[in-house]
Design a protein around this ligand. Structure first.
Ligand SMILES: Cc1cc2nc3c(=O)[nH]c(=O)nc-3n(C[C@H](O)[C@H](O)[C@H](O)COP(=O)(O)O)c2cc1C
Length: 209
């Protein structure tokens, strides 16, 4: 699939067919994750593929009440747990070199997880980034050692159905020229460009449908 098509087609999928994901397809997703850039190429990450149904069930219980990804964590044919390693991204000789501390580790994981999600979309697979869970408990369940933490759970599989798309702010609301808030003269979007108008905030899970 062409890159922009994959970007446009990706949307959060939380209901999956039971059909398995072939190992060579899964490998392409993992390679996409591995190819991601990171702070000074420190690659502050590891992945755990969680297959054991009992572990899946226990992980499910770490999700915050009402989290719409709950079912997917147990039922998706593949569950990827993305683990971040602290003290690397944004660090030099044992010291954090920016005021953002380990936030750079989360930033790096975000890039890599989205690489995986876009690679999945290019295969016609669905994913959802699930971040609203008790990461300390998830780490215990998966035997993640100190200095590392589970950053995201990513259910992966063939979509059972495509949900209604959630909207996006128009570019004019987020792009400035030279100084914050100074309008950038945007060319008119071609019709059918897939632009999404804004969604409204209704709480931590409002857009998660
Ligand atoms: C860092 C991050 C954490 C997220 N956590 C959850 C989550 O815990 N549960 C869930 O159902 N969706 C979660 N989502 C999915 C978002 O709700 C979704 O990406 C957003 O509403 C936009 O919808 P779309 O992905 O369909 O374009 C998360 C997304 C991101 C990027």
């Amino acid at each position: 699939m062409e890159f922009h098509e994959a970007v446009r087609s990706r949307q959060s999928i939380r209901e999956f067919k039971p059909d398995p994901v072939a190992p060579e397809v899964l490998l392409r997703l993992l390679e996409a994750f591995r190819a991601a850039p990171s702070w000074a190429n420190v690659q502050p990450w590891e992945l755990i593929l969680v297959q054991d149904p009992e572990l899946r069930r226990r992980l499910q219980q770490t999700l915050s009440p009402g989290n719409p990804a709950t079912k997917a964590v147990a039922e998706a044919p593949v569950l990827v747990a993305a683990v971040g390693i602290a003290g690397r991204s944004g660090w030099y000789k044992g010291e954090s070199v920016t005021a953002r501390g380990d936030a750079w580790m989360l930033f790096d994981l975000g890039i890599a997880c989205e690489h995986l999600a876009l690679a999945a979309a290019a295969e016609g697979l669905g994913t959802v980034h699930a971040g609203y869970f008790d990461f300390a408990k998830a780490g215990e369940i998966l035997g993640v050692p100190a200095g590392r933490s589970v950053v995201e759970l990513i259910p992966v599989g063939w979509p059972a159905r495509l949900p209604r798309r959630v909207e996006r702010k128009p570019l004019a609301e987020l792009v400035s020229l030279d100084r914050h808030g100074n309008p950038f003269p945007l060319p008119a979007a071609p019709s059918g460009s897939g632009e999404r108008p804004p969604s409204r905030d209704g709480g931590p899970l409002s857009a998660a449908r």
